[in-house]
Write a protein that binds this ligand. Structure first.
Ligand SMILES: Nc1ncnc2c1ncn2[C@@H]1O[C@H](COP(=O)(O)OP(=O)(O)O)[C@@H](O)[C@H]1O
Ligand SMILES: [Mg+2]
Length: 227
């Protein structure tokens, strides 16, 4: 027997709108993503792609509309409540990485586990495993500033995956990577979707990256459309 709950997608967006001053950046955005779905989001620079991800993560508040993430009404939650949902549910590869400068690479990757109460030695072990998978096993003790842009991007990817989140938001996650390293990154994202049933929303300008997606949308002045 199916219930309404079972039919609710892990991410549901209805009538979403966001403006800065009197300029609407997003308006009338609807989107459903189910578990096990891999969705690519295309669109010109300035179209509002990063803004959309920030709204989904509860890092910014919408001016209109509703976002339901893993059953939680993100648009209606206060900062503490949305942080709890984010910590439990979400992995986010930020366009600008947002690594913490004074922490080692391994500690940066371990943060989602530590926030979820995993004991430090275990968290660091799991961080180290994931760093090895992105080819940075030898850089665990480095500071982020000692790494190249592409290396920092892979640390950001490892941090987004380490707690095996149900929903992954990735903002141009291969933008700083060479083709071979990009394939490793895409493989890890796809694995989280296929083997662990995560949902992935990936902003990308890369045809190669978009090719792994089951659905593609383009964000433009008219809103979100299938692409
Ligand atoms: N905090 C902000 N204040 C004012 N304008 C913003 C802010 N953040 C983004 N914008 C504007 O919103 C638009 C969409 O930005 P963004 O979501 O970063 O686009 P994209 O990721 O698609 O390139 C841009 O015109 C950008 O300048
Ligand atoms: Mg952006």
């Amino acid at each position: 027997m199916t219930t309404d709950l079972a039919r609710t997608p892990i991410l549901r967006i209805r009538g979403l709108g966001k403006r800065y001053g009197n300029r609407w950046v997003l308006r009338g955005v609807d989107l459903d993503i189910d578990t096990g779905e891999l969705v690519a989001l295309l669109g010109e620079s300035g179209a509002g792609k990063s803004t959309l991800l920030n709204l989904i993560a509860g890092l910014e508040a919408p001016d209109e509309g509703e976002i339901t993430l893993a059953g939680a009404p993100i648009h209606a939650l206060d900062a503490d409540a949305s942080a709890r949902v984010r910590r439990r549910t979400l992995g986010f590869v930020f366009q600008a990485f947002h690594l913490i400068a004074h922490l080692s690479v391994a500690h940066n990757v371990a943060i989602p586990l530590l926030l979820n109460g995993v004991e430090q030695a275990d968290a660091l072990r799991r961080a180290q495993d994931l760093l090895a998978r992105v080819g940075l096993g030898a850089r665990a003790a480095s500071r982020p500033s000692e790494l190249s842009g592409g290396e920092q991007q892979r640390v950001a990817l490892a941090r987004a995956l380490v707690h095996q989140p149900a929903v992954l938001l990735a903002d141009e996650p291969t933008g700083n990577l060479d083709p071979a390293t990009a394939d490793i990154a895409l493989g890890l994202l796809a694995e989280q979707v296929r083997e662990r049933g995560a949902a992935l929303l990936m902003v990308t300008h890369s045809e190669h990256a978009a090719a792994i997606a089951g659905h593609r949308y383009r964000l433009g002045p008219e809103g979100l459309a299938s692409a």
